[in-house]
Design a protein around this ligand. Sequence first.
Ligand code: NAD
Ligand code: UD1
Length: 334
Amino acid sequence: MSILVTGGAGFIGSHTVVELLERNEKIVIVDNFCNSSPNVLDKIRDITKKDIKFYEVDLLDEKNLEKVFKENDIEAVIHFAGLKAVGESVEQPIKYYHNNITGTLILLKLMQKYNCDKIVFSSSATVYGKPEHLPIKEDFPLSTTNPYGSTKLMIEQIIKDVCISNENFSVAILRYFNPIGAHESGLIGEMPNGIPNNIMPYILKVANGEYNTLTIFGNDYDTHDGTGVRDYIHVVDLARGHLKALDKIRKEKGVQIYNLGTGKGYSVLDLVYMFEKVNKVKINYKIGPRRPGDISACYADVTKAKEELGWKAEKGIEEMCKDAWRFIIKQSKK
Ligand code: NAD
Ligand code: UD1
């Protein structure tokens, strides 16, 4: 039987595919390359020395997605495919609701039809809105401030309802904190299209001279240096969390929800200074106004994932900065 990985050519998906292949799991990838490229699949082959079964299919294309279920015996789905740019989701909400929600509904419908009853879903810490306390626990109140976040919250609800309707169903909802870094080989990493929204891709573009200056969004937050604090997690640690979640839902039915973070918060300036120190490059920055919708600090309570999945992040902020930069350097040498 195979694991279907939707969005397996993307940033987190590709790193998870590597971990799955290294554990000898049989996998099938579906991606439409709307935010990734076919050469990622070659890089995965280079790293793992294994072949990959791949379908270039859009989740919205039910007919061709059904072919994937017909031609493969799918045991479980790891569902990464989705659009993720917060700003774009505010400008084009219909595109986001359609892609993320309709895509998931079609996927769930086919899972039901082909008796596939296990799914790991990529949710986000964004579903906690503006948390009243820190660190954030899984049972904190949920809310969102933009269409992207709303799609995550709605999909969580849809999956929970499917689980109620089918007692054989098992689900792991993984709420990621801030994934950064890259595979240590330097062959796969984060390649956002257009102007990056997130901090690390922006730092990388300043480091390689593509952009002049990083604008830090506010230095008047109630944090140790006034800049926003986040829980950055190495993408390889995050990927490994999916394998643990898969093990869990193979054994247990129902809905399991886990925060995947390190439990530690770093400010924007902490991250910039660490990047400069470990990579010996200068990051020009200036302080700008706060970004609308930002919260001052966000980090996870990771006790539940540790106790129930036996998972915890192993890689520190130094390694995240080093690996992210190694990937960019390797790209530029091609
Ligand atoms: P990504 O954009 O790199 O990967 C998503 C992949 O899904 C891409 O390869 C894209 O081409 C594919 N895709 C999108 N819509 C599709 C569709 N309709 N049909 C087929 N393929 C489709 O993003 P990522 O950073 O790897 O994120 C993976 C998941 O994790 C997303 O659901 C995202 O919302 C979620 N997430 C990401 C972060 C983050 O900071 N990166 C944080 C929290 C949650
Ligand atoms: C953002 C999204 C969130 C999403 C998450 C992961 C917003 C408002 N929130 O969260 O919904 O789940 O990405 O994809 O977009 N920063 C700068 N300068 C920059 C970029 C960022 O100072 O050019 C700061 C931010 O203010 C923040 C920190 O860096 O304090 C991290 O930002 P980012 O990487 O965008 O992640 P989040 O804000 O956590």
